[in-house]
Every structure is written in C-alpha cells, then in structure tokens.
Design a protein around this ligand. Structure first.
Ligand code: DGT
Ligand code: CA
Ligand code: CA
Length: 575
C-alpha cells in the first residue's frame, strides 16, 4: 500500500513550497497528505479501478495532485518532488524536528552554510556560524543547540511521574486565572502514558493575550520557543516543554479530541467519519460545510455512532471497534482502590513508622493497608528475618486493637516482600510465611538469566502455596533496564492455575506490569493488585500511576483484588 509513502512525500513538498514562500499551495499538499494518511482504501486500487478520475474524487486531491499520484504509481517517482529536493537537498524531516526551526530558516541555513542535516547543523551552531546570519542571532543559535541536545537526550521523553505533579501545579495556576474559562491537559498526559514528550494545555478564554502573557511568565520557565496571540510554547527548568492553545468555545470539544490523540486513534477515527460521509478535524465534525458536532467530545463520539472513549484507551488498540459496538470495558476508576498492599516501613527499607503509614492510608480513604517489608536476603535494605517479622507482627496487632477500640474498621495487614532466589526458592521459611496475612515475592537479584531458567524460577514460586503475589513481575525499569527474559504466556497460565496474583507496581520508573501485559493478564483471567511499593509515605500517592496503567490495560474493577473490601480481599489469598 503506497498511501503512507505518498503522504510523506506530500508533507515534504508542502515543506519545500513553504521554504519558497509559495502561498496556499503548501496547505493543499498538507491536506492531501492528511487524507492519504487516513484513507482506508489502497490508493493504487482506487487508481486501477477508476483511473485519474477516481483519484480526483479523494477529498483534498485535485487535478495536479492526482497527476502526481498517477506518476508515482506508474514510475515510482514524482519529478516535481525531485526537482524541489534537488534545489534544496536537505533532510527536511530531521531538521524540522529541531524546536524553533521551520522551512524558511532551513532554507537560509542551506543556502548560506550548506547545512543538510542534524550533524551539519550542530557543527555550525557550535562554531558560531549561525548567529551572524540575518534573521538568526545569538538567541536562535543557542535555541538550536538546546533543541539538538534535547532531541538526543532519551529522545526527549520524561516519566509521567516526573512530570505530572508539576503539570497539576501549573494547571491549578492557570485554572485560577480569571481570564481562563475552561482548561484541560490534552496529549499523552491526558492519556496517562508512561512517558511524555511534551505537555499540551487547551484553554477557553475571551482574552487569549492575557493567558499567553501569564503562561510565558510562569516561574521556572527557562525558554520561550514561541508566543503568538492564541498559542505559546515554553520549556521549564525541569527540562520538558509545554504548549498552550486557546480555542473558541464552539469547537473546544473537537480541539480536545484532536489534541488528546493518540495520533493513531485520531487517524482511525477520521476514517470512521469519512465512512459516514463526514469530515473530522480539530475544528469539528462536518457534514459538507455544516458543523454537526464540536462543542464537546461526547457529541463528536456520539455523532460517529460510538460511546465516548476514556483517554487512556485511545491508542487504536481495538477501542474504536468496541465503542462502535457499545461494548467498551467499564475500566477501573481512580477512586476504586481500597488499600495498598506493598508498603515498606522503617522496619526495613522504608523511612516511616507503621503508624504513620496507617494514618496516611486512612486519610486516602483506604480500608486497609499492607506492610510488605523486605526480607533477610536484602541486607542493604535491612531485610527482616523470622524473628524480626514476629516482632513486627506484635506492633501491627497492637495498632489493630487500637483501631478496633476506636470502632474503626480500618486494618493493617502484615505481609512481606520475600526474595525469589535464583533457584526459585524463598529466603524465608514456610513456617514464618504461613503466619503472615499475605506474602509478596519478587526478584531482586540475578536479573540476567536465560529465558527458560528465569521462567521456571518464577513458576516455582507461584506454585508455593504460601506466596500470594508476585511483585513487579517483568522487572523492567523504564529507560534503564529491559524486562527479564521470560515466557510471559507460560507465567500467566501458571498464575491462573495457582491463583497467584500479579502486581501492577505503580513506581514511576517501574509501572510493571505495563499496559500491554495487564491486558494479556486480564484476557487470561489472571487477577492483579495495584500497589505502590512506597518507601516513603509521600510515595503512596503513586497509586494514581498504577491505576492509570491498569486503565490503559483495559482492567476492570473485578480484575484488581484491592478494589474489594477487606473480607473479600482476604479470599483472594491462598490460605
Ligand atoms: P508526546 O507529547 O510525544 O508524549 O505525545 P502526544 O500524544 O501528546 O503528541 P503531541 O504532543 O505531538 O500531539 C498532541 C496530539 O495532537 C496527538 O496525540 C494527536 C494530535 N496530533 C499531533 N500531530 C498529529 C498528526 O500529524 N496527525 C494527527 N492525526 N494527529 C496529530
Ligand atoms: Ca504532548
Ligand atoms: Ca505538543
């Protein structure tokens, strides 16, 4: 299928034409590219069946673009494109990725300094050849260097957990601004993706200039990439970028839908719109020239014949088909969790007393909390041995008696996070494990085992009748360490057979199980638990990231054991 190849070429043609300062034409090519990107039918089939006439019936494709499609299908080339490229032979895609560089600047850089790609660009900027150019200056040169550095650094992505607290703070500030009538965070943040490229704010305001002024003067801003009348883009000292757009009220829903993404979801959605004879864009859902929806997301999805889709599901992973059939799963809610079962106290690796942890848990509205300290194999974490676990039990019992006396139903459960040794045994005796309310087991050593051995290691633990939960089951650390070599299908099968529960660890760099694996576990009927693994009581708020991941993995309330009240929760443990 040549649709995507053609779309890419047309996007580039648009860029080249913009370089030349041509009016209107770039827009026409962009529009055609957008259509081709979305088109369900193979453009080659369309041409075979109906010739150039049929091509011209594709929305956004006129006489001249139809001819170019024909030429490409016949010869594999487009002369017009090659001529443009020959005139300015630069790697347009690569250079456009640098924040602050547009086609016009790229043209000057090529003509004056023969800059063709990122490498040339960096070299020129470092030897201060860019600043003296007309229309550039010191600031632009610095911007370019920073833009390149950013592109290099972990491809410029940040952990959701690194970003979200700051985003919420800024969201509140903007929300409190009297000129802001409505505000949302869109993009990957709204979809709660595990890593974030940049943050996208959308606003309704009838004084956009005031909002722009406020936005670019927020504390902690180290760079203003651009500031217009309704759009601005900045970098925070934390290193990530934020965009803001002011939209008018009547198309706000369409903008929110578009800028929430994902791109893949949007492309698939546009196809549905086309099938129904509509056109969907960031400006609304249209039938001919008439806007039929745009004020809210709900009405857009409704007019497309589907249920509204929670942002966490918008990845074009089957959610659109389900929404059309009105069969979307009723995914777990952010306030469904009744307790966190994986918290480290100062008895081992943590920093807070059990009493302090219980206090926070109650403040969070939990009905129970599980203390799961490390066990003895982990000496650096002061892992507990059999004796210390017995002492800890006494402290927990005392606190529980206090709750009872206060007529509170809140309870502390005693667990532990035992170590899965390389041979699949546990570093604590079964007799001791039996005395605990529940047992978590996790791998904290020998990460690099070959697949079959690693799989057997975990399977052996799951078969232990004293082990209820496997913590961070795949061992990945985002941007640092890959998953262990394991046969995950096999692990799911044994988890199901042995009624072992798999953890969704909410730690920002773990999020393990991840969304894909959660979905596989759910489909296999394996139960999961959302835990934080908090080592400081402040980290108990990480639960939000675990829930988000569960939502992205289509998990429902009944798939997650700690959505249940205490009496029901206890039934999921093996004893
Ligand atoms: P990020 O920032 O890389 O974590 O991911 P997003 O999803 O926030 O992406 P971003 O910030 O580039 O754009 C925000 C949304 O705008 C994106 O989710 C969908 C929409 N969007 C952006 N570019 C395109 C595009 O070329 N085609 C379509 N269909 N949608 C786009
Ligand atoms: Ca974004
Ligand atoms: Ca963005």
């Amino acid at each position: 299928m040549k649709n995507q190849e053609l779309a890419k070429i047309f996007y580039e043609i648009a860029g080249y034409l913009e370089m030349e300062g041509v009016a209107f034409k770039p827009y026409a090519y962009e529009k055609a590219a957008l259509t081709l990107e979305t088109l369900k039918e193979d453009v080659e089939e369309i041409y075979k069946k109906g010739g150039i006439k049929a091509l011209k019936e594709i929305p956004g494709v006129g006489e001249s673009i139809a001819e170019k499609i024909e030429e490409y299908l016949k010869t594999g080339k487009i002369k017009y494109y090659q001529e443009l490229k020959k005139k300015t032979p630069v790697n347009l895609q690569e250079l456009l990725a640098v924040e602050g560089l547009g086609p016009k600047k790229i043209k000057v850089l090529y003509e004056k300094l023969k800059i063709k790609d990122l490498k040339d660009l960096e070299k020129a900027a470092k030897s201060h050849k860019i600043a003296p150019l007309f229309g550039f200056g010191e600031k632009t040169e610095k911007n370019i260097l920073e833009g390149i550095a950013f592109l290099k650094r972990s491809k410029g992505r940040f952990l959701l957990g690194e970003i979200l607290p700051k985003v919420k703070e800024i969201y509140e500030k903007l929300k409190n601004l009297k000129e802001v009538e409505k505000i949302d965070v869109a993009g990957s943040v709204r979809r709660m993706k595990e890593t974030i490229g940049d943050v996208d704010f959308l606003v309704i305001s009838n004084q956009p200039q005031k909002v722009m002024d406020f936005f670019v003067s927020l504390p902690g801003i180290v760079k203003i990439w651009g500031k217009g009348t309704t759009k601005a883009s900045v970098r925070l000292k934390e290193g990530f970028d934020m965009d803001i757009r002011v939209l008018s009220k009547n198309i706000y829903g369409a903008g929110l839908q578009y800028f929430t993404g994902s791109k893949e979801h949007n492309i698939a959605l546009r196809k549905i719109a086309i099938d129904k004879g509509f056109k969907l864009s960031e400006y609304g859902l249209f039938k001919g020239a008439k806007m039929i929806a745009g004020k809210s997301e709900e009405e857009i999805y409704k007019k497309l014949g589907m249920d509204w889709i929670p942002p966490e599901l918008r990845e074009n992973q089957g959610e659109i088909e389900m929404a059309l059939e009105k069969r979307l799963p009723k995914i777990i809610d952010y306030n469904d969790i009744k307790g966190d079962l994986h918290i480290h106290s100062k008895w081992s690796g943590g920093s807070d007393s059990i009493e302090e942890i219980a206090e926070i848990a109650q403040k969070m509205g939990y009905q129970y909390v599980g203390i799961a300290d490390h066990t003895k194999f982990l000496r650096i974490e002061h892992g507990l041995d059999e004796k210390r676990l017995a002492q800890q039990r006494k402290e927990i019992e005392k606190l529980n008696l206090k709750f009872k006396a206060q007529n509170s139903k809140f309870r502390i459960l005693q667990g532990c996070e035992a170590n899965i040794l390389p041979d699949g045994s546990i570093d604590i005796s079964d007799d001791t494990l039996k005395k605990l309310d529940f047992v978590i087991a996790g791998i904290h050593s020998s990460f690099k085992m070959e697949k079959e051995k690693m799989t057997q290691r975990i399977i052996k633990v799951m078969k232990n009748p004293n082990v209820d939960i496997i913590s961070h089951p795949t061992g990945r650390i985002i941007q640092r360490r890959d998953e262990y070599q394991i046969d995950f299908e096999k692990i799911l099968k044994i988890a199901k057979e042995t009624k072992t529960i798999l953890e969704i660890n909410s730690y920002p760099e773990r999020l393990d199980l991840n969304d894909q694996n959660i979905r596989r576990a759910k489909e296999m009927g394996v139960k999961m638990v959302i835990n934080t693994d908090a080592h400081y009581k402040d980290q108990m708020r990480f639960i939000e990231y675990g829930i988000a991941q569960a939502r992205r993995g289509w998990a429902e309330k009944q798939d997650i054991i700690n959505t249940q009240p205490l009496d029901k929760l206890l039934k999921f443990f093996k004893k």
